[in-house]
Design a protein around this ligand. Structure first.
Ligand SMILES: Nc1ncnc2c1ncn2[C@@H]1O[C@H](COP(=O)(O)OP(=O)(O)O)[C@@H](O)[C@H]1O
Ligand SMILES: [Mg+2]
Length: 440
């Protein structure tokens, strides 16, 4: 096992385009780190530089305490799982998993022991003699993982390993990978463009945009305290709504004038912090709206009630989505459209998506009263994208909480999973003592 430390990593391909631009990122020993971002943002390039399949233009890549910039891939002792599992069709599951051990010319006895252990861990024992063609997608994915973990690598690297699977299987495999990583406790870097995978799998998530690192934090930190407009829009589904707003100060106080109505300024920001910006973007997640008629008096007082024209509704049983179009100045509307395109989303246009209690009777074409939990709103600078309402103290507290949770979880696992990484002497339980010989 090993930590992976990246310092000012840059990758320029032939035409000088920086696919990865000055990324500094520390993956701790045993940590599960997710690299996420839209297609083309440089995730695979960064992963390939860790493994050594791609040269590093500048910066320093360290694995454990060794600088590996010039170290050949096979000398780095890392294991990679690709999107297309790359199994050998003519070999059995056993031999597919055994492949890296055969390559390393390990003795038969050791190969058998380690493949058997790995197969047990992945619940592949009964399939060991079958060929990949006869397996389901999920089983093939497990064989690919088996081949990665059988070698006792210092770290696992995954490049979108689940993107070829259907939604249901993806959910199952997600749970399995998560369980396996926690059980083995091996440092893992996992690339995906899917924000759900990012939110559910990792200890921490690193968000990339056009080769530049935007934010690194626990899923909860990214959701509750996004650093900027891009992270706020990328994390969460459906995406956060962004409403243009101007500041209105009067004797009664300071308010935000938005296309959906007038809100009180959230407590976490002062008018002075907004300064002389003519316009800001107010970010409100769909789940922070509610049908005002279903909100208690006490809760009502915490937020703001607005009148809104509901254009379309979608009743999903467990949730009711309502779409509320609004007007925005053309320059901001254009900016929101660009952001939406960059996020590969067809949302975020000048239409708020709100998630209501399915008990709500609000229907299409209605003027409805919506309650907004304005205490949870974020305010962004439209020019820089910066989140002006980010609470650094809370960010630090969330970071500590996530780190403690990770350590607790790993300790619990270490206590109950004596096998550790398949066949890894260092983490394996000591062989049982000889049973006391019975007196005869
Ligand atoms: N071999 C290459 N030569 C030139 N440009 C490349 C090469 N590989 C990737 N790129 C470019 O680098 C950027 C990042 O690519 P990649 O790391 O594959 O993104 P992601 O995995 O996030 O989708 C893209 O703009 C892509 O076109
Ligand atoms: Mg990729």
């Amino acid at each position: 096992m090993a930590a992976i430390t990246m310092k000012n990593i840059v990758k320029q391909y032939g035409d000088g385009f920086p696919a990865v631009n000055d990324v500094s990122l520390d993956v701790q020993d045993g940590e599960f780190m997710i690299l996420v971002g839209p297609s083309g943002c440089g995730k695979s390039t960064l992963l390939r530089m860790i493994v050594g399949l791609e040269d590093i233009t500048s910066g320093e890549m360290k694995i454990a305490d060794r600088v590996v910039n010039k170290v050949a891939p096979r000398q780095r002792n890392l294991s990679m799982v690709f999107q297309n599992y790359a199994l050998y069709p003519h070999l059995t599951v056993f031999e597919n998993i055994a492949f890296p051990l055969r390559l390393a010319k390990k003795p038969d006895e050791e190969v058998r022991r380690r493949v058997t252990e790995t197969a047990e861990l992945l619940e592949l024992t009964e399939h060991l003699e079958r060929k990949p063609a006869n397996l389901s997608g999920g089983q093939r994915q497990r064989v690919a993982m088996g081949r990665a973990i059988v070698r006792q690598a210092d770290a696992f690297l995954f490049d979108e390993p689940l993107s070829n699977l259907d939604a249901k299987l993806r959910g199952q495999m997600r749970a399995e990978i998560s369980r396996l990583q926690r059980r083995l406790g091996v440092t893992t870097v996992y690339v995906t463009h899917d924000q759900t995978e990012a939110m559910t799998l990792g200890d921490r998530v690193a968000v990339l945009r056009k080769g530049v690192l935007q934010q690194v934090g626990s899923p909860r930190e990214l959701y509750e305290e996004p650093a900027n407009l891009f992270v706020a829009g990328f994390i969460g589904s459906p995406s956060m709504n962004f409403l243009p707003a101007t500041l209105d100060s009067s004797a009664e106080g300071t308010f935000l004038e938005t296309p959906l109505g007038r809100f009180g300024l959230p407590d976490k920001i002062t008018a002075a912090e907004i300064g002389d910006r003519d316009v800001v973007l107010v970010g409100i997640r769909p789940e922070h709206f509610e049908d005002a008629s279903l909100v208690s008096e006490e809760k009502r007082a915490r937020g703001t009630v607005v009148q809104a024209h509901v254009d379309v509704t979608e009743w999903l049983g467990n949730e009711l989505y309502a779409y509320v179009p609004y007007e925005a100045p053309e320059d901001l509307a254009a900016q929101l459209r660009d952001l939406s395109r960059e996020l590969d989303s067809d949302q975020l246009r000048t239409q708020a998506v709100v998630a209501l209690d399915p008990a709500s009777m609000i229907s299409e074409g209605q003027e409805a009263e919506l309650w907004i939990d304005t205490s949870r709103a974020h305010i962004f600078d439209p020019a820089t994208g910066e989140n002006l309402t980010r609470d650094e103290e809370r960010v630090a507290a969330l970071g500590r909480q996530a780190e403690q949770a990770r350590l607790r979880q790993r300790q619990a696992q270490a206590g109950q999973a004596p096998t550790g990484q398949a066949g890894n002497g260092a983490t394996q339980a000591k062989p049982d003592q000889e049973p006391p010989t019975s007196p005869d």
